[in-house]
Design a binder for this molecule. Structure first.
Ligand code: ZN
Ligand code: ZN
Length: 372
């Protein structure tokens, strides 16, 4: 309970305290109040959790659960860093040969390193040889032990690099949900044929498959990394990854960050399932979302914009699909609404695919395993 006080009179001292039970660090300042009834001075505390600059959680009283850590409030470099963190790696933005689209490109793809003091878990494995090399270099430079690679879904841009990464980090294992592993097994040969045509020898030809994982929780230095199967993203089966302690969602291809979303591998019926996935990501209240595709200079902390834009884009695409005369018309409507999104090819491909679906009842995912 807040004391019945007339005013905060002055700050007295400050520091960093830590919950004895959860270990959550918090910054505090001690404040003197004066009681209205008897004019006695009362000491109170204001806490804000370390890592939150907005001081969201004022007026939380000090309890016996807190243990003081002697740190100078004015020298924040001494404050303990968050123990579990996420680091996004963004790959190249390659040109691809595509009939009738002279400057087609494939969107930059991400992989995410979740790391603690000594261990690291990698989410998704990239696909271009040079990116896989750079990603491996980054992991090596952390000095942490890569224990696990987790693959969100059966698209080669997210899993092809796992072979070279397992060779480079032999103590790591690679896992995915069992039906994602099955989907990889079924699609791999066809994928390879088409992807070699797109990327030539810059592309890692996929080799080993992930092990089907039991359960839905991985650990980094004892902290949970939760795998959440979702109904739909650009394809299904698919998943997102939630790291509660870091406030991070690795969204796979369920959320796009200023890149045209790949809607050409799903049907209008499935788009409403995709919107449910976006709502689920939002409900986790993350501070950071790593989208499967984003600009090299994208902001992983622009959480609300990412959620709002992905949701609005799916709704607008579905509405435009109903009224557009043809694929070109659909592209024109969507580029007018989203002129700043990157990788126009993803929209052009999606528009072509959904009109093929309207005419034939089959999407591009049924015959051409282009992925994104
Ligand atoms: Zn992708
Ligand atoms: Zn995908």
């Amino acid at each position: 309970m807040q004391p019945d006080v007339e005013a905060r009179l002055r700050f007295t001292t400050g520091g960093v305290a830590q919950s004895r039970s959860s270990g959550t660090p918090a910054r505090y300042v001690s404040v003197l109040y004066r009681c209205r009834a008897c004019s006695t001075y009362v000491a109170g505390l204001t806490l804000s959790y370390v890592g939150c600059d907005r001081q969201h959680i004022p007026r939380v009283r000090l309890t016996t659960d807190l243990q003081e850590i002697p740190v100078d409030l004015d020298n924040r470099s001494h404050a303990p860093a968050p123990v579990i963190r996420a680091t996004a790696f963004v790959g190249r933005w390659p040109k691809i040969p595509w009939p009738d689209i002279p400057d087609a490109t494939f969107p930059p793809t991400t992989a995410t390193l979740i790391s603690g003091p000594t261990e690291a878990v990698l989410i998704d494995a990239m696909y271009l040889k040079a990116d896989v090399q750079d990603l491996g270099d980054l992991i090596e430079r952390t000095g942490k032990t890569l224990t696990t690679i987790y693959i969100t879904h059966a698209h080669a841009d997210h899993y092809a690099g796992l072979g070279p990464l397992l060779e480079r980090f032999p103590s790591a294992r690679c896992v995915a949900m069992p039906h994602v592993v099955e989907a990889m097994r079924e699609g791999m040969e066809l994928h390879n044929q088409q992807w070699e045509a797109l990327f030539g020898d810059t592309y890692v030809i996929p080799g080993p498959l992930p092990e089907p994982m039991e359960g839905r929780t991985l650990f980094v230095d004892g902290s949970p990394v939760e795998i959440i199967e979702v109904k739909q993203a650009d394809i299904h089966p698919t998943s997102i990854v939630h790291v509660p302690e870091a406030g991070v969602v690795v969204a796979g291809d369920s959320v796009y960050n200023e890149i045209y979303p790949m809607l050409g591998l799903s049907t209008p019926e499935e788009w409403s399932n995709w919107l449910e996935t976006v709502a689920l990501v939002e409900s986790l209240n993350p501070r950071m979302i790593v989208a499967g595709h984003r600009r090299p200079d994208g902001d992983d902390h622009a959480v609300q914009t990412m959620i709002a834009q992905t949701r609005a884009y799916i709704q607008d695409f579905a509405a435009a699909y109903e009224v557009a005369k043809n694929a070109e018309d659909l592209v024109a409507i969507m580029t007018a609404k989203y002129p700043h999104h990157g990788n126009l090819w993803s929209l052009q491909f999606s528009a072509g695919s959904v009109f093929q679906f309207r005419e034939t009842g089959a999407t591009a995912s049924d015959d051409v395993p282009v992925t994104s």
